[in-house]
Design a protein around this ligand. Structure first.
Ligand code: FEO
Length: 135
């Protein structure tokens, strides 16, 4: 489980709220993986992947609008990171979910967890520092 902490804040309230949503999605993936009473997790995995996909579209649009509004110089690179993440989420082969569901969930957790550390704590915070400095 991951808890929100101040170090996640990028200094932009709307972005922080959406990052909290992603932490909630991450924790739901974790809970589903830990649920020993639920033998078939297929529907739960599909539901979470759908929410993750919807979230990325909405959240990345939020950030990209802000970056464009303030002429963020690293916009193109940041947008590329978003596109790569969305491609990974949207290219997941759901036909494989029937097999080894817990290890599948582990893989999604690792991917989202790495995103929290690598993208939010680095790229998003850099964007937030810039926006806070110029607005
Ligand atoms: Fe919060 Fe750049 O994604």
């Amino acid at each position: 489980m991951v808890k929100w902490r101040d170090s996640f804040s990028v200094g932009i309230a709307e972005v922080d709220r959406e990052h909290m949503e992603l932490i909630n999605i991450f924790n739901e993936i974790h809970q589903l993986k830990q649920d020993r009473l639920r033998l078939d997790k297929f529907d739960g995995i599909i539901e979470i992947l759908g929410r993750l996909s919807d979230y990325t579209v909405r959240h990345f649009e939020t950030e990209e609008t802000i970056m464009q509004r303030y002429n963020y110089p690293e916009y193109a690179q940041h947008k590329k990171e978003h596109e790569d993440f969305m491609a990974q989420v949207n290219n997941i082969d759901v036909s494989q979910i029937d097999f080894e569901q817990d290890s599948y969930l582990r893989g999604i957790m690792d991917y989202v967890g790495n995103w929290l550390c690598d993208h939010i704590l680095d790229s998003d915070r850099r964007m937030g520092d810039y926006v806070c400095a110029v607005k």
